[in-house]
Design a binder for this molecule. Structure first.
Ligand SMILES: [Zn+2]
Ligand SMILES: [Zn+2]
Length: 221
């Protein structure tokens, strides 16, 4: 642990030093990121129903029939349902849990009825955006929202862009003592930051496996 002679406070989200005139618990860039991700999650939410039915709905029908009627014979995407459906693990459930925490911290009444999920989601996003400046100034657990939003923005964006289907195999080129290469295949995608080889246990960073992917293409050619 390095010395911190002046005991500079750290941002509770990104742990960088806070150099601000007025006290706060999270830095301005973190506040901006949370604000942007609230917009992203709200925006993605509106598009999830069209991803729920995997391309099987007649043109113009899949979206307008809405989330509640997606029960026909169409194949349902469980990953979308588990985010958009009812329950505490959904997008709405996770954001409502943060809203309830903030309401308790501020001494507000905790909402008990908020209407349907489609009615409630814009409201909870608006509440969190409106109270985000307060939370970044004085709510020490504001990083819970940061982590929740990172998960939700990532998961919903992956569903909408189909990123997961773009996982590519890369070959581990770690060398054993006898000079032979490991050769185990690892799957990575655009969001993978590091990967551990299942064969030899070597850990590869993003820069490493981008290099491995290029080397693999070169060998295949
Ligand atoms: Zn920060
Ligand atoms: Zn390996």
């Amino acid at each position: 642990m390095p010395d911190q002679p002046h005991d500079t406070p750290l941002c509770t989200c990104c742990h960088r030093e806070l150099h601000t005139a007025t006290p706060r618990v999270a830095c301005q860039p973190c506040q901006d990121r949370m604000h942007d991700r609230l917009n992203t999650v709200e925006h993605n939410w509106l598009q999830l129903p069209s991803s729920l039915q995997r391309g099987a709905a007649p043109a113009g029908q899949g979206i307008s029939t809405g989330r509640g009627s997606a029960s026909g014979r169409l194949p349902l995407r469980l990953d979308v349902l588990s985010l958009a459906g009812p329950g505490s693990d959904t997008i709405l459930g996770q954001l409502l849990a943060v809203e309830d925490d903030w309401r308790r911290a501020r001494g507000f009444t905790v909402q008990t009825w908020r209407g349907s999920a489609d009615q409630a989601l814009p409201k909870v996003c608006r509440f969190l955006r409106n109270h985000l400046p307060w939370a970044c100034e004085e709510y020490g657990d504001v990083d819970q929202l940061d982590q929740t939003l990172a998960r939700l923005a990532g998961a919903t964006t992956r569903i909408l862009t189909g990123d997961r289907s773009r996982r590519v195999p890369v070959t581990c080129l770690a060398e054993y003592d006898d000079g032979t290469a490991c050769g185990t295949q690892m799957l990575v995608d655009a969001s993978t930051l590091s990967v551990v080889c299942g064969g030899c246990g070597a850990r590869w960073s993003r820069a490493d496996f981008q290099r491995l992917a290029r080397a693999g293409q070169g060998m295949a050619a």
